[in-house]
Ligand binder design. Structure first.
Ligand SMILES: C[S@@+](CC[C@H](N)C(=O)[O-])C[C@H]1O[C@@H](n2cnc3c(N)ncnc32)[C@H](O)[C@@H]1O
Length: 181
């Protein structure tokens, strides 16, 4: 296995037949530089595929924020934001433009929608165990607030709970692909 971090991958030019960045562009500080690096390592005529969460956020992605706010949770965690000069609109048009502007051709972008089905305890357990940005937020709350967040979680997720006990959470992503010239 090889490891590397965009925008500096430890690979020679044109060494791959394709590149996939599945929900990775949401995390990089310089999206255009990251895409230029993917373009560098992929052979001409090959494809790059990218997914990101869209904005406005779909219901699934909004729900945790709604739960925190309704519970009265504090948001002391300073999240790193992309420099506005390097950011792009999280829309089909914004993602298409980003790919085209780094010199990729044949850009296609679709919004894909699906329903994420999950056990309410599973969906709670990630943030409750400190995973990801939500987990950092949870860890910064006092114990009594965790109790309140859990009560609010049960209340606000009830609307999404089916007869089988699972949550059915509507969500969406932008899926773009392009060809390296
Ligand atoms: C939401 S996860 C998606 C993981 C995986 N692609 C998937 O679809 O399950 C975001 C991923 O972006 C990766 N990531 C964040 N910053 C990165 C960077 N600068 N270069 C490469 N990968 C990065 C993280 O390591 C993490 O695996």
């Amino acid at each position: 296995m090889h490891q590397g971090a965009l925008p500096d991958l430890p690979f020679p030019d044109r060494c791959f037949d394709a590149a996939v960045a599945n929900f990775v562009m949401n995390h990089v500080g310089h999206p255009a530089a990251a895409l230029r690096e993917l373009r560098r390592v992929v052979r001409p005529g090959s494809r790059i595929a990218v997914t990101i969460w869209p904005y406005p956020l779909p219901p699934l992605q909004q729900l945790w924020g709604q739960i925190f706010d309704a519970a009265g949770g504090r948001r002391p965690v300073v999240m790193h934001k992309v420099d506005p000069a390097r950011d792009f609109p999280r829309t089909a048009e914004g993602l298409t433009t980003l790919l085209a502007d780094v010199g990729l051709g044949g850009v296609q972008c679709d919004t894909i929608t699906w329903v994420h089905r999950t056990d309410p305890e599973d969906w709670w357990s990630g943030p409750a165990n400190g995973i990801g940005a939500l987990g950092m937020l949870m860890e910064s709350q006092p114990p009594e607030m965790i109790v309140r967040i859990r009560e609010t979680y049960d209340k606000l997720t009830a609307a999404y709970r089916g007869d089988d006990g699972l949550l059915a959470l509507p969500t969406a992503a932008l899926l773009a692909s392009a060809v390296v010239a």
